[in-house]
Design a protein around this ligand. Structure first.
Ligand code: TMP
Length: 234
C-alpha cells in the first residue's frame, strides 16, 4: 500500500533453478506491466551494473581453480551491493516497478542450501549488501532440477552446471521450496514445467496483489490474458 513515507516503487524478484525460464519470464512480465502503463525497470543478477558484469565473467568462468563458497557468496554480494546502490534503490525511490531475474535468495539457495555455507552467515552478508532492500514479491519458477539442466545449451552452461552434480541442484531446488514455504506472504511458487504462456499467466497473477494500489494500470494487469500463441520456454 502506498503511504506518504513509502515510495510507490515495488520490487519483484524472479527466482528458480537453472533453466527455469527466469530471463524470459522477467522480460515478458516487464513488458506486460509496461503495456499497462507502469514504469518498469528490468534487471538481473549476477550483473545489472558494469561492475556486476565484470564479476559475472569472473564467477561464471568455466575453468580454473574451484572458488571457495564463502568467496563465492562475497563476490555475488559485492555485485549485489553495487546493483542495489546504483540501480535498484534509486529506481524504487523514483516509484518504479523493479523486476529482477534473481536476487538475494539465489545466494541462500546456491551458496547456502547448495554449497553448505551457514545460512545465518549468508543472511548477514546479504543484509550488508542489500541495506535492507527486500523484494515485495518473489516468484519461484519451480521445476525438477533434471528438467532445468536439460534445457541448458552448450552456450548457456556455466561453472554451476559443469562443476556441480545433480545432488547439488536437487539441494538448490529444495532450498528454494523451503524458503518459499517459510514465507508465503512474499513468495509465490509457479510450476515452470509448462509452456511459457501458461507460466506467464501465473506470474502476472502473482504480482497483481503487490502493485501500487488505486492505480488504473493495476486493474488492467489483473484483467490481462497471456498471449494466445503457446511456445515452450528455452
Ligand atoms: P543465471 O544462470 O541466472 O545467469 O545465473 C548464473 C548462476 O549464478 C546460476 O547458476 C546461479 C548462480 N548464482 C549464485 O550461485 N548465487 C547468487 O547469489 C546468484 C545471484 C547467482
Amino acid at each position: 500500500m502506498t503511504t506518504p513515507d513509502r515510495p510507490a516503487g515495488r520490487f519483484i524478484s524472479i527466482e528458480g533453478p537453472d533453466g527455469s525460464g527466469k530471463t524470459l519470464q522477467a522480460e515478458r512480465l516487464a513488458a506486460a506491466l509496461e503495456e499497462r502503463g507502469f514504469d518498469v525497470l528490468l534487471t538481473r543478477e549476477p550483473g545489472g551494473t558494469r561492475l556486476g558484469d565484470q564479476l559475472y565473467e569472473l564467477l561464471m568462468a568455466n575453468g580454473g581453480e574451484p572458488i571457495d563458497p564463502v568467496a563465492d557468496a562475497l563476490l555475488f554480494n559485492a555485485a549485489r551491493a553495487q546493483h542495489v546502490a546504483q540501480v535498484i534503490a534509486p529506481a524504487l525511490a523514483a516509484g518504479r516497478i523493479v523486476v529482477s531475474a534473481r536476487f538475494a535468495d539465489s545466494t541462500l539457495a546456491y551458496q547456502g542450501y547448495g554449497e553448505g555455507v551457514d545460512l545465518e552467515v549468508l543472511r548477514r552478508i546479504i543484509a550488508i549488501a542489500t541495506r535492507g532492500v527486500r523484494p515485495d514479491r518473489t516468484i519461484l519458477l519451480d521445476l525438477p532440477a533434471e528438467v532445468g539442466l536439460r534445457r541448458k545449451t552448450p552456450e548457456t552452461i556455466t561453472r554451476f552446471e559443469s562443476f556441480f552434480d545433480l545432488a547439488y541442484h536437487l539441494r538448490v531446488r529444495a532450498g528454494f521450496l523451503e524458503m518459499a514455504a517459510a514465507d508465503s506472504d512474499r513468495w509465490v511458487v509457479v510450476d515452470a514445467d509448462r509452456s511459457a504462456d501458461e507460466v506467464l499467466g501465473d506470474v502476472i497473477a502473482a504480482v497483481v496483489g503487490v502493485l501500487p494500489a488505486h492505480d488504473h494500470a493495476r486493474d488492467a494487469v489483473a484483467r490481462s490474458e497471456p498471449p494466445a500463441a503457446a511456445s515452450r520456454m528455452q
